[in-house]
Design a protein around this ligand. Structure first.
Ligand code: UDP
Length: 412
């Protein structure tokens, strides 16, 4: 039996953003029909980049851009090095030895051999596939999209990466404050979320109960939830400490849900280090279950995202979209998602997080008000259609440049 399939179309966003924006996006897509584009990253699941690429690549196809998504492969050594690179770009230390650079560049070369990239546009995400650019004769613009909090990258590492970065035609960073000294033009796009994904779609109370029951998550007390890869930058220990302090005043249950991305070898270790903290009211789960993420973000009284560094918190946008108030770390992209005291709270310490937790748990009206404002923030700023429009603008700007410099190049 043949099934019929339907992609999310830009028109589906009309209910959230109005007809004018839909019309504008359609117009911007017109000159790009048949453009062949690929995105490249290093994992199909786990982490915000995969979450973003999944709906974004489909939405791009739905407006007539032939858009693919490739995932590079690597040995455990390679991903251990690229995670160190990730950490150092966020300000951590790295011992950048010849061995590390050799392994990184060798695995990159293997991926180059396997991936024939002759697209009109190539978009590389994050440092893992960055150096591939060195080995191709570019047919069109190559864009490096870095999702990391680049407010204070390790200098030695950055010096090593710059020659790769400068081979790109454009660099997209999340915030202006991440801007670097580069010869390549830099643009700033904040990530976005899809209201139609399994993670965000509406759920009935029964569906939420069913999902929470499946994991024996008690709902007799308010739920405080943090959903994050098991990563030190997400400060899971700080969340547990804040929860314990808050519980002295208001009773609740904490759920830390995490997953482990295939390109993040530290996740397992961080998860195991937390297991000793489990208690009757501290639930720590490692699962890949989008419906559970959805149910928890909806049922939670408060969602925490107490990160110490964060390029942008997709989990923050997801919870806000569901009308759940968020307490976020006062860092990176979260500062542009949460307006402190208006649509959530920003915190800089365990004590502050605990105080805000108590305040929100005690005040249902405040939770509802902040939740509603949070939802409105996401509707206006963080839905996938806005990000699509930014990419269309970028592609259109390149099209002009490349037509001028490559007189023979014709886009279908
Ligand atoms: N996520 C998930 N299951 C988990 C933990 C995280 O599906 O157990 C998802 C989460 O819903 C979000 C993404 O992973 O969509 C994390 O993106 P974010 O930008 O918050 O952080 P990153 O992992 O990219 O640092």
């Amino acid at each position: 039996m043949e099934r019929s399939h339907r992609l999310v179309q830009v028109e589906d966003y009309e209910q959230f953003v109005g007809a004018e924006m839909i019309e504008r996006v359609r117009e911007k897509a017109k000159p790009l029909q048949g453009l062949h584009v690929t995105h490249v990253n290093s994992t199909y699941y786990g982490g915000g980049v995969a979450e973003l690429l999944s709906p974004l690549t489909l939405l791009m196809n739905s407006v007539g851009i032939i858009t693919g998504w490739r995932v590079i492969q690597g040995s455990p050594d390679f991903f251990s090095i690229t995670k160190k690179v990730h950490n150092a770009l966020q300000g951590g230390k790295i011992n950048l030895s010849d061995r590390k650079m050799r392994i990184y560049e060798e695995i990159i070369y293997e991926n180059v051999v396997r991936n024939h990239l002759d697209h009109d546009m190539v978009i590389m995400h994050d440092p893992q596939p960055l150096a591939m650019v060195n080995h191709y004769k570019k047919k069109g613009p190559w864009i490096w999209r870095c999702h990391i909090d680049l407010s204070s990258p390790n200098k030695q590492l950055w010096r090593y990466l710059v020659p790769f970065v400068e081979r790109y035609d454009a660099v997209i960073l999340t915030l202006k404050e991440y801007k670097q000294k580069l010869t390549t033009p830099q643009l700033f796009f904040m990530p976005a979320t899809s209201p139609f994904s399994l993670k965000n779609r509406e759920l009935s109370e029964d569906e939420i109960d069913e999902r929470l029951n499946r994991y024996d998550i008690p709902t007799d007390l308010p739920l405080v939830v943090q959903i994050s890869r098991f990563d030190r930058w997400k400060d899971p220990e700080g969340v547990i400490k804040a929860f314990k302090l808050a519980r002295k005043e208001v009773d609740s249950t904490l759920v830390l849900l995490g997953n482990v991305a295939t390109d993040d070898p530290e996740g397992e270790e961080v998860y195991e280090s937390l297991l000793g903290c489990r208690e009757e009211r501290i639930i720590i789960l490692s699962r890949q279950d989008s419906a559970l993420v959805n149910a928890l973000q909806r049922r939670a009284a408060v969602v925490m995202q107490k990160s110490i560094r964060e390029g942008f918190g997709l989990t923050v946008a997801e919870a806000m979209w569901k009308g759940t108030p968020v307490i976020g770390g006062n860092v990176g992209g979260i500062r542009y998602q949460i307006e402190d005291g208006v649509n959530g709270f920003l915190v800089s310490s365990v004590e502050e997080a605990a105080a805000r937790l108590v305040q929100l748990l005690k005040d249902k009206k405040l939770r509802e008000q902040m939740g509603q404002k949070g939802k409105e923030t996401v509707r206006k700023q963080f839905l996938m259609i806005r990000l699509l429009e930014q990419y269309l603008e970028l592609f259109n700007s390149f099209k002009t440049v490349y037509q001028l410099s490559n007189a023979n190049k014709v886009y279908k």
